[in-house]
Design a protein around this ligand. Structure first.
Ligand code: AMP
Ligand code: FE
Ligand code: FE
Ligand code: ZN
Length: 277
């Protein structure tokens, strides 16, 4: 029997990944994972097609999502797991995010135009999916804008698009409407799920991290592709002190982030059972 491994952080074509939910489930099985959660940005659409495949091929699929939220003007990503996929509160929050993203993408496209780059909404759709019928519920964001910019020859690569134009401090960034951390945690709890602080090492301001650690979270992402072993210890100690859940995953996005492989970060059976049981 091989070791139990569950990768609880990855993105499908329903947000900014390049593998369909079905392809991710099959890949997970092929590389020997026992558990998986697909955590698309601000949408749970992946589960419609992922669940039947997971049942068919035999892999434990835990409902998951990665919500974009804000605390004091700082961007914070919140993972939700084990929630009721039929929850109305969850559906409503996902719909609000789609609307927020539509407005904000339009603002970014206007800024690009001012800088001499002509990218249309159709270009984003074309850059984002081989399957147009999935676009209706898709979470479209800056990675898709970056892909369209590459396709149109305005930049050489996705990282260059962020570095020159789309990153938070660059000229074509627009934040748009924001949804708070507190509100997001409440919705996840309303849907009977657990709320987890995602990739805490990316939270640069100590004040924000401390404020988050005092909020009503249930856990923290302790294993992540880019953590050093020393970092893992720090977050695990925090989880232990607070009696919080320990989660982890690769943050696999497919070919848009080619150096991150599915299964490169994972949690063991004990932590998976604590989360899903
Ligand atoms: P959005 O949710 O539209 O604000 O886009 C954020 C997503 O863009 C993140 O989740 C990453 O997947 C991606 N991203 C952020 N910064 C970079 C970067 N510098 N290079 C490539 N991708 C990035
Ligand atoms: Fe992403
Ligand atoms: Fe994230
Ligand atoms: Zn992610």
């Amino acid at each position: 029997m091989s070791e139990f491994r569950a990768d609880l952080h990855c993105h499908s074509t329903c947000s900014d990944g390049t593998y369909t939910p079905e392809e991710i489930v099959r890949l997970a099985k092929n590389i020997g994972l026992s558990g998986l959660s697909i955590t698309d940005h601000d949408t749970i659409k992946a589960y419609q097609t992922a669940i039947p495949v997971a049942n068919e091929i035999g892999i434990q699929l835990l409902p998951g999502v990665e919500f974009s939220a804000y605390l004091d003007d700082e961007s914070v990503h919140i993972l939700g797991y084990g929630f009721d996929l039929e929850s109305k509160a969850m559906a409503l929050l996902c719909d609000r995010h789609i609307e927020r993203r539509q407005e904000r993408n339009a603002a970014i496209l206007t800024l690009l135009k001012k800088h001499g780059m002509d990218v249309s909404y159709d270009d984003l759709l074309a850059a984002s999916s081989q399957a147009p019928q999935t676009n209706q519920h898709k979470s479209i964001g800056r990675p898709h804008i970056a892909m369209a910019m590459v396709k149109k020859g305005y930049v050489e690569s996705i990282p260059e698009a962020f570095k020159k134009f789309l990153a938070e401090d660059k000229p074509c960034f627009s934040q748009g409407k924001t949804i708070s951390v507190g509100e997001t945690i409440d919705v996840i709890h309303d849907a009977k799920g657990v709320a987890i602080i995602a990739h805490p090492h990316l939270i640069k301001k100590g004040k924000i991290l401390h404020a988050l650690l005092d909020m009503d979270f249930n856990g923290i992402e302790c294993y992540y592709g880019k953590f050093s072993a020393k970092d893992n210890k720090r977050w695990i100690q925090i989880a232990k002190d607070k009696e919080w859940l320990i989660t982890g995953g690769s943050d696999f996005h497919g070919t848009v982030k080619p150096n991150i492989e599915l299964g490169s970060s994972w949690i063991d059976e004990e932590n998976f059972l604590a989360l899903s049981g």
